[in-house]
Design a binder for this molecule. Sequence first.
Ligand SMILES: Nc1ncnc2c1ncn2[C@@H]1O[C@H](COP(=O)(O)OP(=O)(O)OP(=O)(O)O)[C@@H](O)[C@H]1O
Ligand SMILES: [Mg+2]
Length: 288
Amino acid sequence: MTSDDDFDEDIEEQIDVKSMHGEGGESTEWMDQPKMKKMFQEIEHRLQGVLGTGQYDWVDRRVFDQVFDKSTLLSIYKLMRQGVIDTVEFPIASGKEAHVFYATSIDGPRAVKIFHTSNAVFKGLTKYIEGDPRFGGLKRRHRELVTIWVRKEHRNLKRLENSGLRVPSAFEVNRNVLVMEYLGSNDGPSPRLRDIKIENPKYIFEQLVNFIQVSWKDADLVHADLSEYNVLWHNDEPWIIDVGQAVKSAHPNSEEFLIRDVRNICNWASKKGVEAPFEETLLRVLEG
Ligand SMILES: Nc1ncnc2c1ncn2[C@@H]1O[C@H](COP(=O)(O)OP(=O)(O)OP(=O)(O)O)[C@@H](O)[C@H]1O
Ligand SMILES: [Mg+2]
């Protein structure tokens, strides 16, 4: 990195610090800035759900404060202006890294995955580094890393879908926000394999083996976190989600990840009473 880059980063960081006090939910001063106020007024009615007002008064307002910092609101604003989403309604799931929301668009429901731009672990680390003159622009770099991660999930979804696999269609991405197909019905989001009574484990096992095989052979990807937590049971079929960590076969650890995925689903199937020998399954994946 050149010193010019450093300079740019420092300047940006200063702007960030001045105008982004609200990050992490400590303060929302930035909301009083005229520009932000205007922007927010424009989209506020489309965010009623997540603000805990309107028909979703059960939504915990803290979720909003936790997830929608200034930069995230701007991304949502842009996605709304582009017509990618119309409203953001309520949280479907919340994790350490991301919240997933139910959203609407003129073309139907959407799932919006919003990655946290500063998580607790990261915050814990930064207090030792921030303020040390040797390391500038940390927050910004973390945000950039999150952005890369989200783009990676978007691209991975596209690759997998192009190989004919059952994953949610990826529609658009803006910084830490990923808009994808909503897997669910009017009654709610489709459940994870983890949360349902499995009636046809053999069929599901075969589908998961097929997923690993086609990903590897055709999409040139390994999911790398395949488990009953990242498979949704949707329209009587398993659908694979959460593909941000998936890597191409050229990744130095890709084979290790492939073996782990195969082992995980074999263990899962065995527990459900399916004969699922690990080595044979791995061979099938590799030779299939
Ligand atoms: N397209 C979707 N349609 C419906 N529900 C979804 C969709 N994507 C995710 N979900 C729900 O949100 C939950 C979390 O999504 P996902 O697994 O992608 O993120 P995560 O596990 O929080 O990510 P991380 O592993 O980074 O913490 C899922 O378990 C599922 O219940
Ligand atoms: Mg997950």
